[in-house]
Every structure is written in C-alpha cells, then in structure tokens.
Design a binder for this molecule. Structure first.
Ligand code: ADP
Ligand code: MG
Length: 342
C-alpha cells in the first residue's frame, strides 16, 4: 500500500464500481452475470435467478420530515423490484435488513412494515428473511430481491443493436420535481411552523417521489405480446445517464428526439414554477423508476399503439455518438449528468 490518497469523488459512483469490479474474479460457472447490470444472473436448472440489492439511508435517500414511514417501506421494495423488472424477470422473494436508532418505536417499525408488506402484496413477492440491528443515527434499510426468468427472456444492458428503437415507459422528471417541492415546503415549514404546507396542487409529482411504482405491468404486457427487449434498464439515475450505460454496455451510439420525450403536465408546469428547465428534469432527474429499453424494428408494430410506451429515438453506430435532436432540429451531444452521490 502506498500513501497515496484518492478521493472517491475523483472516480465517481460508477468509476468506483468499475474499480471494485476489476478486482473480482468469478469462480463459479453458475454465475452467468456478475457486477454491471441491474441485477446479477445465476443459473438455476431450467431457468435463471436474478439478484439485486439496494441500500436506503435516512437523510440521504429519504427524509422522514416529509416521507411517511409506510411510503419509505413501499419504496424500498419497489426500487428493488424495478431492478428485477429491468432484467425482464419476475420478482419472487425479498429479504429486508434494517438498522434502527432508539428514536424509533415498535409503532414506527410497524408503519415501515405496513409499506413493505403492501409492496409484497402488490408485486406478488414473499418476504423471506433479513437482519435487524441497532444504528447510531437514523434508519437504514437494505432490501435484496430475487427474481426468475427463462434465460432467453432476459434483457441485459448489453444487447442493443444498431437500428433498434429506444423506448421509455410512463413519463420522466416527476420524481425530481416532486423532491424539489417537498424540500421547498420543508424550508417554508421550518421558517414558520404555523404555515401549513400546501401540497394539494402537486400530488402527481410528490407521490412519484414518495411512493414510486416499479413497472411490472409493462414486463407482463411485453410477455403477453411476445416481445423481448434487446436491452433494458430502469431509469433510477436519469434518462441521459441510463442511455450512456446502455451505449457503453452494448458498444453503440444513440439519437433521441426532444419532442418524443414524455413529461407529465404537472411535472412540466411545476418545473417552470421552480425555474427548472423541464427537459433537463426529464434528462437528468433521478428516481423515476420507469423502464428504458430497446426493441428490434420487427417488434415495433406490436407496441406501436401502447398508450404508455414512448419511442424516443434509435440506436446508432458507436462512432455516431450520443445525441439529442432538439425541437428546432439541432443535434446536441448528450451529457450524462445523472445523480451525483459523491
Ligand atoms: P442500479 O442503479 O440499477 O441499482 P447500480 O448503479 O447501483 O445499479 O449498480 C451497478 C452495478 O454495480 C450492479 O451490478 C451492482 O450490483 C454493482 N454494485 C454496486 N455497488 C457495488 C459494490 N459495493 N460491490 C459490488 N458490486 C456493486
Ligand atoms: Mg437499475
């Protein structure tokens, strides 16, 4: 060991993961895919298992001054189910580990588990274990989800091909805008506790932040239509950042069109009210938990009429780069700002 000290911010979250991955040696043939996708893939007889885990910290990922514990519990499960969905797999089991400080009562833990159990019902998964420990400060929740698929049904980040169509579900930017509203109202309340926050107008964006829903509905519909995305991931860090991941893993380029990007009216209006550029919210807002995927052109007709799948662009050769074509027709290079954790 040298005395050299490298700041984590020099590598960034993804650089750090690449750095850790470079030191990992896979020893078991049953490990089909390790680090680097939305979930790991493990051989399991006639099918495969997918495994994914996420860690949520009070004060970093949620703020209990506005996030009800029940919603935090639901979200902790939903974000993991979203990573299972992103592999085109079906979630079956979860484990839940919690660390609690003495600030939390049994009733508080019950509220958290009310959300966890509601999510288990909603997604049809079984809570099969976990761990419980004390925390020096605040609440920490770690959820691991296990899902199943047939090997040929899986969608990796690495399967996008030139001329594939880029698709995104739902609408984007709402969770970021919702977070800004919740933070703004919190500051108003802290400055004057007699003021009642007026959140009525913002329920679409705030509920997207507080209680996102993983798009398992889309996974089941794709199955029914016989469509296997050539690549897929969920939008947790922001659309632009996720497009970079797919392009890097698939060694391709991409062009997307501003006028095709889906944004909800309340998200748009609230972004403008907050002096935020709505398109920047769509491109770089985190935590939307929609699905970004690519399909072969032959499958377009099967999805063309779907009300909640949007065709935002196409895959190009790697040397063509990553571009956003604006409403005025100018191609600007995409920048992957994403969520900066460090
Ligand atoms: P997602 O946003 O889909 O949850 P991440 O960006 O968190 O994915 O992780 C990308 C990949 O890196 C995944 O395969 C994940 O399992 C892996 N990964 C993240 N952190 C670590 C870590 N500390 N050690 C090993 N693998 C990690
Ligand atoms: Mg993911």
């Amino acid at each position: 060991m040298s005395n050299k000290r490298t700041e984590i911010s020099e590598l960034g979250e993804f650089g750090l993961i690449d750095h850790l991955n470079s030191q990992v040696r896979i020893k078991n043939t049953s490990t089909i895919k390790g680090i680097g996708d939305d979930a790991a893939v493990i051989e399991a007889g006639d099918h495969v298992k997918v495994v994914t885990t996420d860690l949520l910290l009070e004060g970093v990922h949620f703020d209990l001054s506005y996030a009800p514990l029940t919603h935090v519990g639901f979200k902790a499960v939903a974000v993991n189910v979203s990573d299972v969905a992103a592999m085109n797999a079906i979630p079956k089991q979860i484990t839940v580990s919690i660390a609690l400080s003495n600030r939390f009562s049994v009733e508080a833990v019950d509220a958290l588990y009310e959300g966890i159990n509601a999510a288990c019902e909603h997604y049809g998964v079984d809570l099969v274990g976990g761990d419980t420990t004390a925390s020096r400060g605040g609440l920490i929740i770690s959820v691991t989800a296990i899902g199943e698929a047939k090997k040929e049904q899986l969608s990796y980040r690495s399967g996008a091909k030139v001329n594939d169509i880029l698709c995104v579900t739902g609408d984007l930017g709402a969770a970021l805008v919702g977070l800004q509203i919740l933070e703004r109202e919190k500051q108003v309340y802290l400055a004057n506790p007699d003021m009642k926050p007026d959140l009525e107008k913002y329920t679409v964006v705030t509920s997207r932040q507080l209680k996102p829903d993983a798009r398992m509905d889309i996974i089941h519909e794709l199955r029914d239509l016989g469509v296997v995305p050539t690549s897929m991931m969920d939008v947790s860090d922001g659309l632009a950042s996720e497009i970079f991941h797919i392009c890097k893993a698939s060694q391709v380029g991409a062009t997307i069109y501003e006028d095709k990007l889906p944004i909800d009216k309340q998200t748009f209006d609230t972004a403008v009210e907050l002096n935020l550029d709505p398109i920047t919210c769509v491109l770089n807002g985190g935590e939307d938990y929609e699905l970004l995927f690519t399909i072969d052109q032959k499958d377009f007709a099967k999805l063309e009429k779907h009300p909640d799948i949007h065709f935002i662009g196409h895959i190009t050769k790697p040397e063509e780069g990553k571009y956003l074509v604006t409403k005025s027709g100018t191609a600007v290079q995409l920048k992957a700002q994403g969520w900066k954790h460090f």
